[in-house]
Design a protein around this ligand. Structure first.
Ligand SMILES: NC(=O)c1ccc[n+]([C@@H]2O[C@H](COP(=O)([O-])OP(=O)(O)OC[C@H]3O[C@@H](n4cnc5c(N)ncnc54)[C@H](OP(=O)(O)O)[C@@H]3O)[C@@H](O)[C@H]2O)c1
Length: 331
């Protein structure tokens, strides 16, 4: 597995990471099986997929507990990337960026993960009630205390302020400029995939010019870009795709040309799959980019890891770049 570095601290990771969220959160809970998920994490480490992306709110808490069972035995092989700042209630999720809470959340994550250090500690969402400098300052204290090695900033779910006519990540960049004054940003995590390319305009270059790593969330378009989802197949009510505008039967049909395009490119690369081509495209966006495809299935971990060996040609990249982006949006 090719290695890449995260941020100025030059923390080394396998070029493809593992998103652990589907093991405990957001996708059909009936398919979440602890034993299979544990095997998936071991398979990742065996393949050189070292960056394991989790969050305290996945589960909540159970995703970190699951990873802790692996890290107890294999801490040296893993790069632990977790997040704080979101609290899960029965019917709602709220941000909490108060400094005291950030300190307590980190200690709790360390306990669940069965480790002394978190490699990348990310702010999941900014708390509108707390100046971001205060939250980030508390996170910086965790680095000083040796509990955390680098800080990350999540910008998933950023929305453009359409009235102001601004780009989707303008607000994110303003926040990043502010926290940079307090303590260096090691990595930014945001959605980036063949069907969601907004980050390419400003956020990705902003990171690259400052030597900041970029974790590409949802690089498989929540599974759609693999071509494995049948159109209008329906999702369990607790699956985020059951209410996602891109996953209505109409939009799944309308977006098929994107998968067809990935299949066309895949045919030129032997037995490559559309999902592998989608990941190779993300990897080709810069040496500072690390996709974190989410899966709970060992065979898909292996398939996704192998995407790092694919080399897309200029012709492939141009063809993928000319594909339409996703139809169906939360905005
Ligand atoms: N910071 C944030 O706010 C934020 C938000 C969203 C996501 N993330 C991070 O980004 C990671 C990735 O996002 P994601 O998991 O939502 O979306 P994703 O990686 O785009 O897609 C995940 C879906 O694809 C399926 N899949 C994975 N590999 C496959 C393959 N080779 N063939 C067919 N299907 C495959 C998975 O199925 P199975 O689950 O059945 O294996 C799952 O349903 C998350 O795990 C999380 O770590 C962060």
């Amino acid at each position: 597995m090719e290695r890449r570095t995260i941020g100025a601290a030059a923390l080394g990771v396998g070029a493809v990471g593992l998103g652990c969220m589907p093991m405990s959160w957001a996708y059909s809970s009936s398919e979440q099986h602890g034993v299979t998920s544990l095997r998936a994490v071991h398979t990742a480490l065996d393949a050189g997929v070292s960056l394991l992306d989790t969050a305290d709110m996945y589960g909540p808490f159970t995703n970190e507990l699951l990873l802790g069972r692996v890290l107890k035995e294999r801490r040296e092989e893993a790069f632990v990337s977790t997040k704080c700042g979101l609290l899960v209630g029965d019917q709602h999720i709220v941000a909490n960026g108060r400094p005291g809470y950030v300190h307590r959340a980190c200690d709790a994550s360390l306990r669940r993960l069965q480790t002394d250090t978190i490699d990348l500690y990310q702010l999941h969402r900014a708390d509108p009630e707390v100046p971001i400098e205060e939250t980030w300052g508390a996170m910086a204290e965790l680095v000083t205390a040796g509990k955390v090695r680098a800080l990350g900033f999540c910008a998933v779910g950023a929305r453009a302020d359409r009235r102001a006519g601004t780009g989707i990540h303008d607000g994110t960049i303003r926040q990043l400029e502010r926290v940079q004054q307090v303590f260096p940003v090691g990595a930014v995590q945001a959605e980036l995939s063949v069907w969601s390319r907004e980050a390419l305009a400003t956020l990705l270059p902003w990171c690259e010019t400052r030597g900041i790593g970029f974790l590409a969330a949802m690089p498989l378009g929540n599974g759609y870009l693999t071509g494995a989802l049948t159109t209008g197949g329906g999702f369990e009510p607790d699956d985020v795709r059951a209410r996602h505008p891109r996953f209505t039967a109409d939009m799944m049909a309308a977006n098929q040309p994107i998968v067809a395009g990935l299949r066309r490119v895949a045919r030129r690369h032997g037995s490559a799959t559309p999902g592998q081509i989608a990941l190779a495209w993300v990897l080709a966006q810069g040496r500072h980019v690390v996709p974190v495809p989410g899966t709970k299935k060992p065979h898909w971990v292996t398939e996704n890891a192998c995407a790092s060996a694919l080399e897309l040609t200029e012709h492939d990249l141009a063809e993928i770049g000319a594909l339409p982006t996703a139809r169906g949006s939360w905005d």
